[in-house]
Ligand binder design. Structure first.
Ligand code: WTA
Length: 654
């Protein structure tokens, strides 16, 4: 353990005094309350935080667990929670600060947000015939219209499914098919590193052949020339102008779906994680308040993309539900230089800054001295998410960016958890670097063994959550069996199923939880979650490939890189390896997108398989790391293959 990891960083005293949760006593009080009266705890917050159209009659119904119902009988609308209720006293407060790649800015007040969302919602209803329960796919850049589209869907009860703009046409098509969406909302394109790029052409490609999509709504951003399919493509900018800025919000049941978000699991097919209205928005708002401790005049910036869960919960839904000012940024942190984020912090007087460890590592490496050039004194809370942060990056973030004065909240959570589940509280938790610390109040997270017994300090275990919580995944879209199988093993507590996260974790002597990474075949590349099976399925589509196994390998910047072991059909092709590598990466680009390109491709004569044909990935992970194989290889069908693979990796060829 390094010096940084051993140290404890106490909350800034002046900050703690004003914080919503001021010390560990208050934290324990809340946690004890939840332990003693779980339903009473949630009932209190649901009543306090949510503007109900109709009150609920039951806080938690676990009778069909793991299919649970929160706040049954209640009615609400998430767009009302995020917008309308703030019009009383925050009409002129800025809701969204948008900054484009080129520095163009928009300040969108709550009143203006309300008008934009209502017009958008009316357009969806009137021009596109979208009804409650319909699925709408959103394939958008980071522009305010992405938030309008989400909130407009929420307003009329349509279920949005955002597909990250870096996904390929093929990946987009798969997600459209699975959700059976009839409408796609997209943009002509956007700007990145000073240059325009196109999105609409990817949608065109995805919609070649037969798909459920009947209409495409296109928002203008960069005004590049795009092709147009008449009768299918419609211009948002033309249609929306005719719509009224008043729109009645659909009265939604607590457990009506709010959105789907596809994420990777251990099979080749991504899962449509389903979140429902009431529980999700409650926890989004509560964690904004507790974990970032955003105050009335604060400006908060999360650098994620709306295509990921972090963008959903902590750019759009959470900040707006609490009535905060949230920043949306179209560009990248390194353009025009590695000082871009700090320039924005200075200019917008950002108080809370939330980003991924990969971005911190890049900025540390390429712009170590950049933070010193700007006035970052507005910062109070710094956050990280998506992957473990390493101590050197943590230290730089703490000292150079935070001026040794800000709490760093290392927030652990997942697409499936909807919001943070294990995280420091900035005014209360003594922080240990690179450690997610403790479960948030109300979250019954534990580190256990496979039978569900709590692990002792220092023993590696599995992170699970033993009671349902409001913002948990409700279903895998269209696949109840997969929902049960993926997250709820045979372990029960008090007769109820326990949620398994798929992550390993470890307690220290003081009960602090450190996340040690995935225990399944999911890898985390630059904080983007990817299934090895998904990448393997893509590579197998290359005509030269007989077999493939993909594993993660530690990567200095990205956290994990993608390492593929490929067995070719025809060994005579070995002369054209470079061409074959390019072809393989082209197939990945086509099937998934650039985010899944391999860092290493090694051609090997065979894979280490057991006699029953299972690939021993542990061995492949060890070899990828450049470490010696110490595992027992006697159960392999052909133990000699291990030495052959090691030699291929060393020499870079077969
Ligand atoms: C990982 C992102 C370590 C973890 C919000 C999890 C983390 C996966 C942390 C979910 C953290 C997330 N420390 N690892 N603070 N936060 N992870 O669904 O492996 O894109 O299972 O949600 O990211 O990724 P997802």
């Amino acid at each position: 353990m390094s010096e940084t990891q051993k140290s404890i960083y106490y909350p800034n005293k002046a900050f703690a005094k004003e914080a919503r949760i001021k010390n560990m006593c208050e934290y324990h009080e809340l946690q004890n309350w939840a332990h003693e009266d779980y339903e009473g705890f949630w009932d209190h917050y649901a009543k306090e935080k949510i503007n109900w159209i109709e009150p609920y009659h039951t806080v938690l119904d676990e009778s069909k667990a793991p299919f649970v119902k929160w706040f049954d009988g209640g009615r609400l609308n998430v767009s009302v929670q995020c917008i309308d209720r703030h019009l009383v006293d925050k009409k002129n407060k800025v809701a969204i600060i948008f900054e484009g790649d080129n520095g163009d800015q928009q300040m969108i007040t709550y009143l203006s947000l309300s008008q934009k969302v209502n017009r958008f919602a009316n357009m969806l209803r009137n021009q596109f015939g979208v009804k409650k329960g319909d699925r709408v796919v959103i394939y958008m850049p980071m522009i305010p219209e992405a938030a309008y589209a989400m909130l407009a869907c929420a307003r009329i009860g349509a279920i949005h499914s955002i597909v990250f703009g870096g996904f390929s046409a093929e990946a987009l098509r798969d997600r459209i098919e699975d959700a059976q969406a009839e409408l796609v909302i997209t943009a002509d394109g956007a700007y990145r590193k000073g240059k325009p790029y196109l999105l609409k052409n990817v949608v065109d490609e995805a919609l070649c052949g037969s798909t459920p999509v009947k209409k495409v709504c296109v928002i203008e951003r960069n005004h590049e020339e795009i092709s147009w399919v008449s009768g299918r493509d419609y211009s948002y900018n033309e249609l929306v102008a005719n719509e009224s800025s008043e729109c009645e919000a659909e009265s939604m049941e607590s457990e009506d779906p709010l959105f789907l978000l596809y994420t990777s699991g251990s099979t080749g097919k991504p899962k449509g994680v389903q979140h429902n209205c009431a529980g999700y928005i409650l926890w989004a708002q509560m964690t904004m308040e507790w974990v970032f401790d955003v105050k009335a005049d604060d400006t908060y910036w999360c650098t994620a993309d709306v295509g990921w869960i972090t963008g959903h919960t902590y750019i759009v839904y959470g900040p707006l539900a609490m009535g905060a000012t949230t920043v949306m940024f179209e560009g990248v942190p390194t353009y025009p230089d590695a000082g871009r984020c700090w320039k924005m912090v200075e200019e917008h007087k950002i108080n809370q800054f939330y980003t991924a460890p990969t971005a911190i590592r890049v900025l540390h490496k390429t712009g170590e001295h950049e933070p010193a050039k700007y006035d970052l004194s507005s910062l109070k809370v710094l956050g990280t998410v998506g992957e473990p942060i390493d101590p050197p990056a943590w230290k730089w973030y703490y000292e150079a960016v935070g001026g040794s004065n800000c709490a760093i909240v290392d927030t652990y959570w997942q697409t499936e958890t909807g919001g943070h589940v294990v995280s420091p509280l900035p005014g209360a938790t003594p922080i240990k670097p690179a450690c997610a610390t403790f479960p948030l109040p109300g979250i019954m997270a534990e580190v256990v063994d496979e039978e569900g017994n709590k692990k002792e300090a220092g023993e590696q275990g599995l992170l699970c959550i033993t009671r349902p919580w409001p913002s948990q995944i409700r279903n895998v879209w269209g696949d109840e069996e997969r929902y049960v199988k993926s997250y709820f093993g045979d372990v029960t507590k008090n007769g109820k199923p326990v949620y398994f996260s798929g992550d390993g974790a470890i307690y220290d002597e003081e009960g602090y939880i450190t996340i040690t990474g995935r225990t399944d075949d999911v890898i985390n590349v630059s904080g983007h979650r990817m299934g090895t099976a998904e990448i393997e399925a893509a590579i197998k589509k290359s005509s030269d490939v007989a077999e493939v196994a993909v594993v993660g390998k530690p990567h200095e910047i990205k956290g994990e890189g993608i390492f593929a072991y490929v067995v070719l059909k025809n060994e005579e092709n070995l002369g054209e390896l470079i061409e074959t590598m390019k072809a393989i990466n082209n197939v990945i680009k086509h099937e998934i997108g650039n985010i899944a390109l391999c860092d290493d491709i090694v051609f090997v004569p065979g894979l280490p398989k057991t006699r029953s044909g299972k690939v021993m990935r542990r061995i492949l992970r060890t070899i990828a790391k450049g470490e010696a194989v110490t595992q027992d290889t006697s159960t392999l069908e052909d133990p000699a293959v291990v030495a052959q693979i090691e030699s291929c990796v060393k020499n870079g060829v077969c």
